[in-house]
Write a new protein. Sequence first.
Length: 613
Amino acid sequence: MNKTTNTPAGEVDSKLEIENSLKRAIKDLAGLEIEPVVNVQQDLGKGDFSTNAAMIAFARVKGEGESGKKFNSPADLAETIIKKLQQSEVSSEFDKIETAAPGFINFWLSNDEIISQMKTIFEFDKTKKRISKELILEFGDPNPFKEPHIGHLRNLTLGESLARLFEFSGVKVIRANYQGDVGLHVAKALYGLLQNQKSHLRQGSGGQAKISAKGGSASGGKNQKLDGRTLEDKVSLLAEAYAAGTKAYDEDESAKKEIMSINKKIYSAIASAEANRQNDPEIYSLWQKGRDWSLDYFEILYEKLGIKYKSYYFESQTAPLGQVITEKNFPKVFEKNDGAIIFRGEKYGLHTRVFITSERHATYEAKDLALAILKDENYPKASSIIMTANEQVEYFKVLLKALEMVDKRIADKTKHISYGFINLKEGKMSSRTGNVISAFWLLEEVQKRIKKDFKEVPVEVLEHLAVGAVKWSMLRFSRESNISFSIEESIDLAGNSGPYMQYTFARIQSLLGKGKNTDFEANPVKNLDPQLLALGRLICQFEIHAKMAADKFSPNILTDYLFKLAQNFNAYYEKEKIIGTEKELEKLFVTKAVGKVIKKGLYLLGISSPEKI
RNA sequence: GCCUCUGUAGCUUAACGGAUAAAGCGCUGGUCUUCGGAACCAGUAAUGCGGGUUCGAUUCCUGCCAGGGGCGCCA
């Protein structure tokens, strides 16, 4: 009877089955071809699934059914559909199927079905997903020579969570990182470095507030002391140099010329020739050094956040290729204007953009064109998603249009998704570089504040809590919305927060440890009382929410669901004693399932769940 | 100027065209013989303004108002 038990995606299948049966029923009854939509019920008082298909069908047939059958109202049609469904096999999963005004059809899963679906939850770690697709997900994309800040934190957190959500729905994900190691911003930083080289490189920058990237053991982590200086100091040196370079570029005409010349030198150094590098060995080696520092530093952040990239791309690599591709597609796709090679986006209602500057440098756009082609060479079967902040949405429309004209096949499998900015609710909380919050600073600050209240918590756990708090506070908002970030709220341990979830999980583990019998194989659970059943029904919605979160690129669907589940469990916990009661077995069965779902859910968000806090 | 996104309780946010617009924080008042109180319960309060489409609109269209982002040599 339970066809769904052999697949971990139990209720995803129930949903599909209902949709298919509905489709057939509506075709038979009303002679209509429609794609019925079945939703998970938010309000469990109305069943587990619902559909508005009868209302939609009614509007389409205007009451007149197949072979002259008349329907008086959507509710009337709904009733007829239900009768039809009850004759089909879907009905075996449900206790009750009924209509609700003005024409909804609601489905109640049977108790057996709920219990059997809950059992599949215990098998999460054992079941292997069938890989159906391959996807290259580009996220992170920091610019070396700049400091990791709170925006990177949102990008990295969101990207990693999406990667895990995709994996959960059977996609092989290649995490890719594309970094801007050439360009004007680099030239500015190098200019700043050159200006301060003598004083700074020898003596150290002393007196700086220390930001810590400790705990990292990625490439740079183990030998942070190079030249008698920590990696943090080196990176803060870069950040200062960048700030100084930017200022000089804006204010000083000769500095501007100098920076542009540095830019040119780096481009020519990467373009080919050893000879070019020999021309300016000082700048080239400084560039390499700064680039290495910066990349190592970001590695520490990735490790702290639990991210492992598979693939790294650099603009120093895409620039030469981008130039070739752009020129090859002139004049088919691109045209010349004032010595630059441009794409006339206006023809398609988009912006016109420069691909090759009159200085003959590939811009961001030409480089991205090359990147798409490189990715396709490396992973021909994979489709491609690029995630950036939403300031780039219109830019990517232009890019994808140009790509379509250069290579339609690649354009068709490439998609851009974006996320909103972070504004600071508490005003400017400057790290040393100005009006941005450093990623490391924030993580450390959150950790310090948690520690203040909970001195007995061990350091490793403290770090998980801090990362969990920050990640949750970024993921619980919808992806597209600009968020007004509050440090106070991100470290609030109460309410809708990462630590609330982690705490709930730890408490569940403690309960399970105290229980006398948690062997549900030997003592199968057969019945649940109404309160436990209510929790069970919520538990059964896990996979469908995880899948929805993946489909819509929206981890907040999952945070909402998990928080609701934790809330419901905590309310039950307060009301009902679990250990040492008559129904301990049933209660622990549900408790364990809640714990499994929270742990898996947090994992999909990139958040760890310590067993003990 | 053109393009684009956003406007929901005091604040920060949810809501797949659906059912009584959902939470957290705040505030008010409770639980307390703690299976881990980082908890729980109750109360408080909202869709910028005007039209339209729909059986049904926070959601779609349109006008206005307000704010953010973008617009050929940055990334």
